[in-house]
Design a protein around this ligand. Structure first.
Ligand code: RB5
Length: 142
């Protein structure tokens, strides 16, 4: 899969870990920054990732900031994006099964590489359940 990944300075260290892990899993990873711990503004990176996914250039997206809240707010303003704030592997499964989430947002200051990797594993393994969830997801874009 083509995965876009982005973070601000608070998510930078974990982004490197997640980037390497995704590549090892055989994904084509597109790193949209930031590329250091110098302070930056999370909307700049979240918007880049979200727009690339919304345009269909990337299959899925991964975003990180300190809390995951900032990047998820920004990503969800882009039409067609369903960004989930994920803090456990179970949430990741449900975000796919019920919400058909296309971007995973992680709280870099409140999680760790192992939790993120397990969450991504679950997200990739899960399938959107459709049915009543299809109707609800359709209502998001009204
Ligand atoms: C940066 O200090 C922090 O505000 C940012 O990473 C994020 O948590 C915003 O939601």
């Amino acid at each position: 899969m083509k995965i876009a990944i982005g973070s601000d300075h608070a998510g930078y260290a974990l982004k490197k870990t997640v980037y390497a892990w995704l590549e090892k899993q055989g994904h084509e990873v597109n790193d949209m920054g930031t590329w250091s711990e110098e302070s930056v503004d999370y909307p700049d990176y979240a918007r880049k990732v979200a727009e690339a996914v919304a345009r269909g250039e990337q299959d899925q997206g991964v975003l990180l900031c300190g809390t995951g809240v900032g990047v998820s707010i920004v990503a969800n303003k882009v039409r067609g994006i369903r960004a989930a704030l994920v803090f456990s592997p179970d949430i990741a499964s449900l975000a796919r099964q019920h919400n058909n989430a296309n971007i995973m947002c992680f709280p870099a200051r409140f999680t760790d590489g192992e939790t993120i990797e397990k969450s991504l594993d679950n997200w990739f393994a899960a399938e959107f359940e459709g049915g009543r969830h299809e109707r609800r997801v359709a209502k998001i874009e009204l």
